[in-house]
Design a protein around this ligand. Structure first.
Ligand code: ARG
Length: 505
């Protein structure tokens, strides 16, 4: 029934869909409670309801979040020139497309949810898959959440101070507040979470449109002076370019998000690759236009020092309507954060299906069927990251870890071409592409370390490998700590959650 209730959670993830799928999935979950015999079947067959449009919406709605409204300053600072920034913005789009095409092969070959987790399981077996779920639950998903909420805070506060730096503590408090609200929404009901997601995705597109139209208007007025001499002051250091990529790739992150819902895509062998080929270039074009728009109203220098480029843009273009900008960005980031927490619940589910996580994290609320312990756990870690991190440091930390796994997925693809040559592959990517993405991920992982070897990268690596300390006794040998069971029972009563197996009896 966990599968059923999370099936509901899954079902609603297609941002573009008018009817929140949570209803169907959730109802199916309840249904199964009454018909325990049907579990296996239903667990495997989630409703296929994501078509081409919602597939594209799912990709675009996840990718466009905080990045394009926050990252341009950092990227410019790291590259030194607008020309080089632009090249990197476009290269990030291309890299995301190539990565996603490789994921299309993986996703059409292995159609179970959980993306990397499922592919690692197939290609390398349980330990690497465990390490992925370990790092994702503890670092990746919470840091995504923290970055987006911090951006939310920044814009929400920026709306009230005119082109000056908002006090950090206030930003952090607002970020935490947003996180609590999102946690509440996701614990309250799957339906509410998916409706929030749909509404907020639309708002995000409005924000993009405002910037692009405003920029076009300024361009027609002849404001092109900042676009001259694009490559002046370019910094050519290898590490600078790698960290600039980190900043840009954050804005494109989410290109693999459709792979988390493969179980529900209608005709996945056709729609998964197509959504990718439409969605990612679309985002790339939006980002290109937005970057040019920003430069029609501010100089590169102003862009670098602006705390929130989109707000500066709004103040200079929209006149009395300037408040529209911070508002649309807060709405957009709020939606992103909601979707990210939502996806985190799914990951908990994929890993706990294999007994790879703490039992309590796989439990669901006895009446609401939301995976609240997992969601609360993610939010606690994300909250700590909000308190102690900054957007830029978190993005570097996140990208380093994420690209290790994206690179790992490329290795999985290449390995399976040899170990499972006859497996059906409805979509087969030209093999040069995963090799290329792999080489770039290695560069992205090593570049920043060579350039500026900070201790954080070492910590991150140790942390990921450190997962083995838990894997061997608790997963491999299934060791149980007696007092842990007491803690589990206590938390169960406190949170009103239960393992889904007992809910059937
Ligand atoms: N690209 C998004 C942004 O610019 C972040 C997406 C986070 N990643 C994810 N898989 N939810 O804010």
């Amino acid at each position: 029934s966990l599968c059923g209730s999370l099936g509901g959670l899954d079902g609603g993830f297609g941002d573009g869909e008018g009817t929140p799928g949570g209803t169907e999935g959730g109802a199916a979950g309840q249904d199964k409670l009454e018909r325990p015999g049907a579990i296996e079947d239903d667990a495997i067959h989630l409703k296929r309801r994501v078509g081409l449009i919602s597939g594209v919406a799912l990709i675009v709605g996840t990718m466009i979040g905080s990045g394009i409204f926050v990252s341009p300053s950092g990227l410019l600072e790291r590259t030194g020139s607008i020309g080089m920034s632009f090249v990197i913005w476009m290269a990030c789009g291309l890299l995301s497309l190539l990565g996603a095409l490789s994921y299309a092969e993986l996703g059409t070959m292995n159609t179970s949810s959980g993306a990397e987790y499922a592919y690692f399981m197939d290609a390398f077996g349980a330990p690497p898959a465990f390490l992925f779920s370990w790092a994702s639950t503890l670092v990746l998903k919470p840091s995504q959440m923290a970055i987006i909420c911090l951006s939310f805070g920044k814009y929400a506060v920026e709306a009230f101070v005119f082109e000056c730096e908002p006090p950090e503590i206030v930003v952090k408090m607002v970020a935490l507040l947003a996180m609590v609200v999102i946690l509440y929404v996701n614990c309250y009901s799957v339906n509410l979470a998916t409706s929030v997601q749909n509404v907020f995705t639309a708002a995000k597109l409005v924000a993009v449109l405002i910037v692009v139209l405003g920029g076009a208007y300024k361009m027609i007025e002849g404001n092109t002076q900042h676009l001259m001499q694009p490559f002046k002051n370019t910094k050519y250091s290898i590490g600078n370019i790698a960290t600039a990529f980190y900043t840009g790739l954050w804005a494109y992150d989410g290109w693999n998000n459709l792979n988390y819902v493969t179980e529900e895509i209608k005709n996945p062998s056709r729609n998964l690759p197509r959504s990718i080929v439409i969605g990612i270039p679309l985002v790339t074009i939006c980002y290109a236009l937005i970057n040019i728009s920003y430069l029609t109203v501010m100089s590169p220098m102003e862009m670098m020092t602006s705390e929130a480029v989109a707000v500066t843009f709004g103040n200079r273009v929209l006149g009395v309507m300037a408040w529209l900008m911070p508002l649309s960005v807060t709405v957009s980031t709020f939606g992103s954060a909601n979707g990210t927490l939502f996806a985190a619940g799914r990951l908990c589910f994929a890993a706990s299906r294999e007994g790879h996580l703490l039992d309590i994290l796989s439990y669901v609320h006895i009446r609401r069927y939301t995976p609240s312990p997992g969601l609360i756990f993610h939010s606690l870690i994300a909250g700590a990251m909000v308190m102690y991190g900054t957007i830029d440091s978190l993005i570097d930390f996140f990208s380093f870890t994420a690209w290790m796994f994206y690179g790992g997925a490329m290795v999985a693809l290449i390995v399976m071409r040899h170990t499972k040559p006859n497996y059906p592959r409805p979509y087969k990517v030209p093999i040069i592409i995963p090799y290329l993405v792999l080489v770039i991920s290695v560069y992205l992982i090593i570049g920043p370390i060579v350039d500026k070897p900070t201790i954080q990268y070492l910590y991150a690596t140790f942390f990921i490998l450190g997962g083995m300390v838990f894997y061997i006794p608790f997963v491999h040998y299934k060791l149980r700590i007696p007092f842990m069971d007491g803690v589990t029972v206590f938390l169960q009563m406190l949170l009103e959650v239960a393992p889904t197996s007992t809910m059937l009896e």
